[in-house]
Design a protein around this ligand. Structure first.
Ligand SMILES: [Zn+2]
Length: 499
């Protein structure tokens, strides 16, 4: 290529990108300014939300609706006060409040304004899922602070967060100007707020990851960054591509005192939020961070990276648990005995469920009593798929191939597909997995794994709620191969062949 062509090409490239920027920038539904009304040590923080709807064609032009409950915590709309509404020329519009968070205006309005008390509310676990701010840190999750549009599609917003200079905003949302963000989907947008460098922010040297850590931990920040980057890299290999463009992992303590060893996490859009207390000893602290990251980072791909709808939680929770265990063994962060102990625990938990429905039905009732089934039996199904695929293919294929296939089908879907249909489709296309799908996913039979366990050289001792798993004393050749596929000997590979 001659030199004279290069500047022209460059101009074209730049112009091409600008054009692309305009064509892919979504039409915005909401424009909002967010900032502090009052904040002080040991006082509840008040934030203003001053916005307007940009789309005159939206349905319910007279309704203002704020979310009142999320992930089991009630009374969110009770945080609002000083609500007002205005019409297009800025005149006030009268309104009535019907139920908490439901306002009906007397005529059409498009401007709205309210304050929210953002002191942490609800149980400790709620702080991973709902917005809160203290005097020196917080999390804004837009879905519980902005009006609900109820349009059945992602709501886009131009969000301006106005904070004093000693505050920092950490987010994966794109920003063209300091403090101004073009949010494509308010339900997926998370902003971590930090005052006076309360959060230490680092980025991976050769990857898209940003890590935000606040508070003291038994491990160093750089250890956590290395760990998160490595796990992200492992999942890139498993899923066959990157997840979110710029994932953010945020680790903080609960804003209240909780006992050692508690944690709660939320992976939304491309943000992983982990609220945790530390562990007594460093090795436990490191092991647990690894476990938290293995599970949550999986969710950046499934379900967050796919165009799948419906309640298929049994798959992306159960298979996340299982894949996370396997990654733990492969990276020498989990002992094989602990892997078996986790599976036995899931089995015991599942076998004692009195109200036994299918996994599909349990996923529908996840937040009303079926959470344990979704996780426990979901994980057992992943394990059975793994054993069956490994056995059938003599170690050439595993549950990882199934997970990758579901991800790739879901990620490439132009229009939303039903999650359960895609997963069940991928399972039933493999003859050997059909019975697992029929018996435990769409059916409600108790797990019967004796044949699969025997093939893998694993013995189940005790019955029902007393079941324990262990490796058989003298595995035969096939059993050894399967155990090896499960990672039984991974310590040998990692510690080198000379030992
Ligand atoms: Zn999960």
């Amino acid at each position: 290529m001659s030199k004279t062509f290069r500047p022209i090409l460059l101009v074209l490239l730049v112009f091409g990108e600008i054009l692309q920027f305009f064509t892919i920038a979504p039409a915005q539904d909401i424009e909002v300014r967010i900032g502090i009304v009052a904040i002080a040590e040991n006082q509840p923080a008040y934030f203003y939300f001053d916005g307007r709807f940009l789309d005159d064609t939206r349905p319910n032009l007279k309704n203002l609706v704020l979310l009142d409950q999320y992930a089991g915590t009630l009374g969110l709309a009770g945080r609002a006060n000083l609500v007002s509404m205005t019409d297009k020329v800025g005149d006030r519009v009268a309104f009535k409040r019907f139920a908490p968070g439901e306002y009906l205006a007397e005529s059409q309005f498009n401007g709205w304004n309210y304050n929210l008390a953002l002191a942490p509310i609800g149980p400790a676990s709620a702080k991973a899922h709902i917005s809160w701010v203290t005097a020196d840190q917080g999390i804004l999750m837009l879905n519980d602070v902005l009006p609900q549009l109820g349009v059945g599609r992602p709501v886009a917003a131009r969000v301006e967060i106005e904070l004093p200079d000693d505050w920092q905003i950490i987010t994966s949302e794109p920003s063209a100007k300091k403090g101004v963000f073009d949010v494509r989907d308010v339900d997926k947008a998370v902003f971590v707020l930090s005052r006076n460098g309360n959060s230490r922010v680092t980025t991976a040297p050769n990857g898209p990851l940003t890590l935000s850590i606040s508070g003291k931990w038994q491990f160093a920040d750089r250890e956590a960054l290395a760990m998160a980057s490595e796990i992200l890299g492992e999942y890139e290999k498993i899923f066959g591509g990157q997840s979110a463009r710029s994932p953010v992992v945020s680790l903080m303590h609960f804003p209240e005192n909780v006992g050692l060893g508690n944690w709660e996490a939320d992976t939304r859009g491309s943000t992983v939020t982990i609220l945790s207390s530390d562990m007594p000893f460093k090795n436990q602290s490191v092991q647990r961070l690894h476990e938290q990251l293995r599970h949550e980072i999986f969710h950046l791909w499934l379900p967050n990276g796919v165009n799948l709808t419906g309640k298929y939680d049994w798959f992306y929770e159960g298979f996340a648990l299982y894949q996370s265990l396997k990654l733990g063994i492969a990276s020498n962060n989990l002992r094989f005995d602990d892997f078996l102990a986790s599976l036995a625990q899931a089995y015991r938990l599942d076998i004692i469920q009195l109200d036994r429905g299918s996994l599909i039905a349990a996923s529908e009732r996840r937040w009303s009593g079926a959470n344990a089934t979704v996780y426990a039996r979901g994980m057992l199904v992943a394990f059975l798929c793994d054993l069956t695929m490994l056995e059938r293919s003599k170690g050439k294929r595993s549950v990882t191939d199934l997970i990758r296939e579901v991800y790739q089908r879901g990620a490439s879907a132009k229009t939303p597909l039903d999650g359960n249909e895609v997963v069940l489709g991928a399972m039933r296309e493999r003859v050997e997995l059909k019975a697992i799908a029929d018996n435990y996913v769409t059916g409600s039979k108790p797990i019967n794994w004796s044949k699969e366990l025997l093939a893998a050289g694993i013995a189940a001792d005790g019955d029902g709620a007393a079941t324990r798993l262990s490796v058989v004393p003298k595995p035969n050749g096939r059993q050894k191969d399967l155990l090896d596929n499960l990672g039984y000997n991974s310590w040998r590979k990692l510690s080198g062949s000379s030992k």
